[in-house]
Design a protein around this ligand. Structure first.
Ligand code: C2E
Ligand code: MG
Ligand code: MG
Length: 719
């Protein structure tokens, strides 16, 4: 060998040297083949391999170093690789410096390996380069490990950023990394969090538990409370893992914001126990609370009051104004009930338009009565619904006392319900306390209900009639619109049920029932037929017409073919349209304006007079009234009852009369019972009156006799 690989190999091995030298050579060879690097020596001239170990030969696909010694570089490592490393080779030879570079080598097995190549110059005695040593270390594993680490770091970074959940790394309790979602959640910047104690971001009450978990260092998950920078407590779940991160064992905690989940759970809980519309406890929840309150009251010996509140005619509002208005009304009523109560009272929605109220102990029935009065007033307060329509409902309230009227929730509710039922049949818009015997009355009501269907079949109704006469009002030159003072303008037909056991029942006791059971349509047809028959008999007897007024229920009016059925009834009775007047409440008229108008126009065309009954109690729907072919308004008898002393009644009656005249309608005062009332309604310009002052409703024979007397009196000049 001409070159010197190192200081030890300084002297040339003489060819065919002594046995000691040969041993030394063999040892060297052994050494060369044992080192974990591939080594070779190339002669500068010709770039030929002079020496190589086994590993080097194998690296380039040769079985033995003998196969490469004496060969030029490009034959060993290939032409492309030779070209690739040429700049390095040149530097080593020309500048005589060591060079280190990395490259990939594809081994005989086809596998690519990363190698680190070190070239060391070998200078001859003259100082010129005579060759170069090559050392090649396989760094594939190292590079792969590095790549793997880099990849996993990248993956982790990506994951930390992509995650919606907060992630924090901490070591020994100090924060080493935080992802943006967690910064967001807590309101800090990365700089503000790095290096700080994790516990600083935990709510004080939750710190002990967090410290314990950190000390024990298990992989676990638990709920805790984090603190936002602004001091807000945030319920969170921690999922804690131990992880290698940035070359160290660290704790990774996933921070899950529980607010949405807790909110959802709270909502589900709420929905199960509350009525979605009003937000009040529902029947179930109210029942549970009632049960608990009764237990407490039983222990303390206190007495409680349970109220059953049902809205009057709520169905009409839903039917005529739509469910959206109905919903608004229910919400408003719920709020008003709540506002009228004290802390400690309970409110719930029982269903539909029914509410339950449990009053905390108060000093006896008078105090409970006061609350009921307050509720009655608060609920009845008019409400502006969509479209500017003012609506109002009244409640009927029933009260049952604990323990006097019932020991269990079911019993109390049932008795309050029965009392409410009595409040309804007593005329609505009022409160009744439960009394023993109400149950029987309620049963009777039920019996009535089942009896009513039979009554329709068996013709158990009669009509009573009540006359209306003209009023001459001062300053108008007599009752110009209606007729001469005292002139009989017509007769109202009022139905009664001749109940086989209970005798004559007034309409208020069965008409609501008939409406609920859809029996009002056949009853109404019966009334129309018999009223017209009476009108025809009077015409025949007196030789003039006394129009008969018939009350219409909403359902009748809404029945398809209603107008035709009226025409048929007129025809069948041998009457003409001018002998009939139809009375309907504002509620009937408010329904669907176009349909209502079409029907009314057909009726008006037949000569039928159309009257708005009970005016002032329903919805103010002036716009509607103006567009309809109406003839008369009847001021509701509750206003007339307040005349002449009650200021509210005075104002309402006067306003209705003026408004009616403004719309060119006749105004009739109904329920006139006294001279004072008659003088008052005459004074404000009402056109006609009806009421017991003139005559009570009476059977047909009496009515006929009354008419006879009246006509005879008129003929003889006295009233
Ligand atoms: P309404 O149409 O307003 O009838 C007038 C009511 O006032 C009648 O009650 C009558 O008896 C009562 N009344 C008459 N004069 C006076 C008085 O001076 N003072 C007072 N306070 N009241 C007086 P009634 O007969 O009990 O009828 C009650 C309601 O039942 C009627 O009110 C009407 O809405 C309804 N109704 C009566 N008959 C029928 C019918 O055939 N069909 C329908 N759908 N409803 C009817
Ligand atoms: Mg009427
Ligand atoms: Mg009326």
């Amino acid at each position: 060998m001409n070159a010197r690989p190192n200081e030890e190999a300084h002297e040339e091995p003489p060819a065919g040297g002594a046995p000691a030298r040969r041993d030394e050579l063999a040892l060297l060879r052994l050494l060369a083949d044992t080192v974990p690097v591939a080594i070779a020596y190339y002669e500068a001239a010709g770039v030929t391999c002079r020496m190589a170990n086994r590993r080097y030969a194998e690296m380039f696909g040769f079985a033995h170093e003998r196969e490469i010694i004496g060969r030029p570089l490009h034959e060993i490592i290939g032409a492309p690789a030779t070209a690739l490393i040429e700049p390095h080779r040149k530097r080593v030879v020309e500048e005589r410096v060591s060079v280190i570079y990395e490259r990939e080598v594809t081994g005989a097995d086809g596998e690519r390996r990363n190698v680190e190549v070190r070239l060391l110059p070998h200078a001859g005695e003259t100082g010129a380069s005579v060759g170069a040593f090559v050392q090649i270390a396989d760094i594939t594993h190292h590079r792969r490990a590095e790549a793997a680490l880099r990849e996993s770091e990248e993956r982790l970074a990506k994951f930390m950023h992509a995650s919606d959940e907060g992630i924090v790394f901490h070591k020994g309790g100090y924060i080493t990394d935080v992802n943006p979602p967690l910064l967001n959640l807590l309101g800090y910047t990365l700089a503000e969090m790095l290096g700080r104690l994790t516990l600083e971001f935990i709510a004080p009450e939750a710190q002990q538990k967090v410290a314990e978990v950190m000390a024990a260092a298990p992989d676990t998950r638990y709920d805790s409370v984090a603190m936002h920078k602004d001091g807000t407590r945030i319920p969170v779940q921690f999922i804690v893992r131990t992880m290698h991160h940035q070359g160290e064992l660290q704790r990774l905690t996933i921070v899950r914001d529980l607010r949405d989940r807790l909110e959802a759970e709270r909502r589900i809980q709420h929905l199960a126990h509350h009525d979605a519309l009003t937000g009040l406890p529902n029947r179930l929840a109210f029942g549970e609370r009632l049960e608990r309150r009764l237990e407490q009251a039983r222990a303390s010996g206190e007495s409680l009051a349970l109220m059953f509140i049902d809205l009057d005619h709520f169905k009409r509002i839903n039917d005529s104004l739509g469910h959206a208005v109905g919903d608004t009304l229910l919400k408003t009523v719920a709020a008003r009930i709540t506002d009228a109560l004290r802390v400690g009272d309970l409110v719930g929605r029982f269903g539909g338009d029914e509410f339950l109220v449990l009053l905390a102990p108060r000093a006896g029935a008078p105090a409970v009565g006061e609350v009921a009065a307050r509720l009655l007033a608060a609920i009845a307060e008019p409400l502006q619904a969509a479209g500017g329509v003012a609506i109002s409902v009244t409640p009927s309230i029933g009260v049952a006392m604990f323990p006097a009227d019932g020991a269990t929730p079911a019993e109390l509710i049932q008795h309050a319900d029965q009392a409410m039922y009595r409040a309804k049949s007593g005329g609505r818009a009022r409160c009744r306390f439960f009394e023993a015997g109400m149950a029987e009355a309620a049963l009777a009501e039920l019996a009535l209900e089942s009896r009513l269907a039979l009554a329709v079949k068996q013709d158990e109704f009669v009509l009573h009639f009540q006359p209306q006469v003209a009023l001459a009002w001062p300053g108008a030159g007599g009752a110009a619109a209606a007729g001469g003072e005292g002139e009989v303008l017509g007769v109202e037909a009022l139905v009664r049920w001749v109940h086989p056991q209970r005798g004559l029942l007034p309409p208020d006791e069965f008409i609501p029932l008939a409406e609920a059971r859809r029996l009002i349509v056949p009853i109404g047809a019966w009334v129309l037929r018999h009223a017209l028959a009476a009108a025809v008999r009077w015409r025949d007897e007196f030789g003039r017409r006394f129009p008969v007024a018939v009350n219409l229920a909403m359902q009748q009016f809404q029945t398809p073919g209603f107008v035709d059925s009226v025409a048929e009834a007129l025809h069948a009775a041998g009457a003409d349209g001018s002998m009939l007047e139809l009375e309907m409440t504002e509620r009937v008229l408010i329904a669907d304006l176009r349909e209502v108008r079409a029907a009314l126009e057909r009726l008006a065309a037949m000569g039928v007079r159309l009257t708005v009954d009970d005016f002032g109690t329903g919805y103010t729907s002036l716009r509607h009234l103006k567009d309809l072919p109406l003839h008369r308004l009847k001021v509701d008898r509750t206003f007339v009852a307040g005349l002449p002393d009650d200021a509210g009644s005075v104002a309402v009656t006067r306003a209705i009369t003026q408004m009616g005249h403004g719309l060119a309608l006749q105004v009739v005062a109904e329920g006139v019972q006294s001279e004072a009332q008659r003088e008052f309604v005459r004074g404000i310009g009402c056109d006609a009156l009806q009421g017991v002052l003139l005559a009570r409703p009476m059977p047909e024979a009496e009515m006929t006799a009354w008419l006879r007397r009246r006509l005879a009196g008129a003929a003889s000049g006295d009233e």
